[in-house]
Design a protein around this ligand. Structure first.
Ligand code: ATP
Length: 230
């Protein structure tokens, strides 16, 4: 592969009075990247930065050749962002309508829209819930719906922040397979689940808003476990 998919040079993010991320310089080329670190270390802020949801205060940033501060709309079309709290991502009254809403910009013919929505719901085990009011779903079902809505658009890059947080073991496994094994997209996965992180090709470790490790999963997870043991 040529240019890194994600490139940061001396990036800083200040939110209010707090320097949340400092002097971040890294190139991410692997298809699947895990982001790990202690509570409050800056992982979610990093994910929101990559997703164009917050802007950097300093430095340079390129996501698949796009500067999110300049071409946010284009970036949003090519990526999907999934958070641990799905409520913010569920908009429409029923499950099927909510999945279809994610495809509104594509202006698909009705038959193709129905087919795409049906296939996506099948993939995430939501077919039986298609006509259920989306806000009556359980936390785990909502998480599956949010993921389904994100993935139905076939994004090039998925940024997922603790996407299995509300899921039972079987659904967590199913979601992990979709995110990790589907070669159709790149993945940046924020997680406290080190077994999940170990399945990514590259791992990024944060501490106190700074990058303190970047490399092979085995090496970086051992580095983190040594910190946790103190
Ligand atoms: N809008 C904000 N204004 C000020 N400080 C913020 C803001 N958002 C986050 N922070 C601070 O930035 C730091 C990093 O937060 P962040 O949510 O990125 O951490 P995290 O690594 O994702 O944590 P966790 O594992 O607990 O989810 C925390 O100290 C947090 O309090």
């Amino acid at each position: 592969m040529s240019a890194p998919a994600i490139r940061l040079k001396d990036v800083g993010v200040r939110l209010g009075e707090v320097d949340v991320l400092q002097n971040l310089s890294l190139d991410l080329q692997a298809r699947t990247v895990a982001v790990i670190g202690e509570n409050g270390s800056g992982k979610s802020t990093f994910a929101r930065l990559l997703g164009g949801l917050i802007n950097r205060t300093s430095g340079e940033l390129s996501i698949m050749g796009i500067d999110p501060a300049r071409r946010a709309a284009e970036l949003r079309r090519r990526i999907a962002i999934v958070f641990s709290n799905p409520d913010a991502q569920i908009i429409m009254p029923t499950v099927a309508e909510d999945v279809a809403f994610s495809l509104r910009a594509d202006r698909l013919p009705p038959a193709e829209l129905t087919q795409r929505v049906g296939a996506a719901m099948e993939r995430f085990g939501l077919t039986e819930l298609a006509q259920r009011p989306s806000h009556d779903l359980s936390g785990g079902q909502k998480q599956l719906l949010a993921l389904c809505g994100a993935m139905v658009r076939n994004p090039e890059l998925v940024i997922a922040d603790e996407p299995t947080a509300y899921l039972d073991a079987r659904n967590a496994r199913r979601v992990a397979e979709h995110l990790l094994e589907d070669a159709g997209h790149r993945l940046v996965l924020v997680t406290h689940d080190l077994a999940l992180a170990a399945r990514c090709e590259q791992v990024v470790l944060f501490a106190g808003g700074a990058l303190v490790g970047l490399g092979e999963p085995e090496e970086i997870i051992s580095q983190y476990e040594a910190v946790l043991a103190c």
